[in-house]
Design a protein around this ligand. Sequence first.
Ligand code: HGY
Ligand code: MN
Ligand code: MN
Length: 445
Amino acid sequence: MRDNFPRFGERVMRRLDELAADTDEPGKITRLFLSPSHKRAMARVRGFMEAAALSVEEDDIGNVVGRLESSVPDAPVFILGSHIDSVRDAGRYDGGFGVLSAIEVADEIRRRGDKLPFSLEIVAFGDEEGVRFPATLSGSRALAGNFDFESLGAKDENGVSLAEALRGFGCNIEGIGKIARDPRRACGYLESHIEQGPVLEAENLALGVVTAIAGMCRLNVTVEGEAGHAGTVPMGRRKDPLAGSAAMISAVEDEARRTPDVVATVGVIEASPGAINVIPAKVRFSVDLRAPVDEVRERAKAKVEARLSSIATKRGLSIGFTPLDEAKATPCDPGMMRELSDALARQGHRVFTLPSGAGHDAMAMARLCPVAMLFLRCKAGISHNPAEAITVEDAQAAIEVMLDFILHFRPTAHAEATEERSVSQGGRPAVVAQISSLDTTPLSR
Ligand code: HGY
Ligand code: MN
Ligand code: MN
């Protein structure tokens, strides 16, 4: 395939540069769920899908779905995709690569006239990052049939609820329940994504097969003390929630450092009333805690909460924990991993497997069907950062492997293997328990 395969890597790189222009922060890439830039990006991706002669629809949770119909009557569907929302000041490859590479695969299959025993759906999910609302994976959870309708009440930093934002975006809330795909018809999901870590580069490999995706939980910690005059309250009489939060944030980091395989991050902090000469009254900070094994993560979370509570007690502060979201660790399907490894080998790559510390839409899609992920090397493992970088050669290699995988995938053989596995393991891994707490209203200034 290598010789007569047009260099679609160049087109993907060019299109990713075009997609980068869809931002709500000029000079940076910030494309939050249901934002004006998300709407522009959807239109752009729709255009790419239509240029590949896919039939395109936009669903009621803000996904764009392109479809290549199989000539086989009543054929099942194989899903490819990733997300087009971003973090703030993001890189241009996180998510978008998985969508645009999938469009190249569908376009090449159509161009060559290959007959597949399944239809192909290419999905551009609208909310993987969960930056705007305290919910993540809304688009893929809806497609997989386990959207958390309680999250419709969750509010963004401006107090806009998810339901209001969806309506303002032109979505029909009542249509969300109809997005779910039939698990008996979905024969698999493959997501290609940048690794967002340094392992492939260190192995001098372009591509890798993901074994499992780490589980994560997100919570807000609210610490309350006593506002006071910065000049008159003696240090020994203060109940300073910001100084207390500093000790707590160090404890979060310390707990993660001392627990193998656990990572924890405080990414957001707010203090009120927020004046230079006022001892703060209240602080809220976020915690994102992950581990490849759920029990390890849950134990670490309990220890973090215990340590933070004891710091609060010692300092005469009050503390509250508000769970925001949780996604359980998700193993990739062994059969799909084998088939992806075979495609890598056929395309001349050394087969290398690795876990994912980052979350992905595949976590939600695992609820619907067997999933696999193809990782692409990224420069110095940098991601969630405008310095994110990949090469056109690696992009080309990934599309060649994805195409090879799709051309060789046979749902029937796979369905039996999956059925046996599913019965032996008591069904699909429970993917997510989304706790949509409403405590994201901005601190009163
Ligand atoms: O946070 C994550 O792991 C993903 O980038 N949303
Ligand atoms: Mn991503
Ligand atoms: Mn991301």
